[in-house]
Design a binder for this molecule. Structure first.
Ligand code: KIV
Length: 271
């Protein structure tokens, strides 16, 4: 029997057991109560309250503007909805880069004020002290390597990362270091599939990919993208399971038409 079916509450240990048994981990983003409730009832393993909320919820061009208070608001809404999945929250840009004390304080605020189960930070060896300090408080940490959107102005583009040997070697070393520091899992974003497979086979902790091929221990997508609510963003790795942009648009048009034509509300839709 799969770990997925047996488990009432997903923990970091459960995810590691899934990797050992070769059972793939399914992760999706959520930022609000209603969406998180639907995702939980579908049986997801992990919900990421990603700083992609900055793009999909607030309409910013990058993930940089979202604040710690805003992340806590989103995380609290998700936590109130869920029963089974592990809920991990991104530490937003500017809430952990200055020093490890700031990182710990930000992680503690997320855990205390939202009730989340762990945090995710972008980066490798350069955030060693922050990871270790957060772990001393008993807070699980997920790493994030490859395309790290909080550093978009350093890289300049959202193209595939670690295509060159030097960068690929460094990424693999960073993945091993994140495991050594104590991260319970790792996201790899937009890197070649062969490299992502090698990373997953080289470390014991689960590696969850986005745009990183089929060889990782799990997959994550931004929910609004996989539902087809966002329609301008079409990277090769994205599989759209619905075209909600179109069907929601049609529903809204129909409602407007019904109001204008006085079809809505009918006699049965009033008191
Ligand atoms: O913020 C986010 O949604 C993420 C995922 C793309 C992994 O970090």
């Amino acid at each position: 029997m799969s770990v997925h079916k047996e488990i009432k509450k997903v923990t970091t240990n459960v995810l590691q057991e899934m990797k050992r048994r070769g059972e793939k981990i399914a992760m999706l983003t959520a930022y609000d109560y209603t969406m998180a409730k639907i995702i939980d009832s579908a049986g997801i393993d992990v919900i990421l309250v990603g700083d992609s909320a900055s793009n999909v919820m607030a309409g910013h061009e990058t993930t940089l503007p979202i604040t710690l208070d805003q992340m806590i608001y989103h995380a609290g809404s998700v936590i109130r909805a869920i029963n089974r999945p592990l809920v991990i929250v991104d530490l937003p840009f500017g809430s952990y880069q200055a020093n490890s004390k700031e990182a710990l304080n930000s992680a503690i605020r997320i855990m205390k004020e939202s009730g989340a189960h762990g945090v995710k930070l972008e980066g490798g060896r350069e955030i060693k002290e922050s990871i270790e300090r957060i772990l001393t408080a008993g807070i699980p940490v997920m790493g994030h390597l490859g395309l790290t959107p909080q550093s978009i102005y350093k890289f300049g583009t959202y193209t595939v990362r670690a295509k060159e040997e030097d960068e690929a070697d460094r990424l693999l070393e960073d993945a091993k270091l994140l495991e050594q520091y104590g991260c319970f899992a790792l996201v790899v974003e937009k890197i070649p599939a062969t490299l992502a497979t090698k990373v997953s086979q080289s470390i014991q902790i689960p590696v969850i990919g986005i745009g990183a091929g089929a060889g990782t221990d799990g997959q994550v997508l931004v929910t609004h993208d996989m539902l087809g609510m966002t329609h301008e963003f079409s990277p090769r790795f994205l599989r759209r399971y619905l075209n909600l942009y179109e069907s929601m648009g049609n529903a809204f048009k129909q409602y407007i038409a019904d109001v204008k034509s006085k079809d809505f509300p009918s006699d049965k839709e009033q008191y």
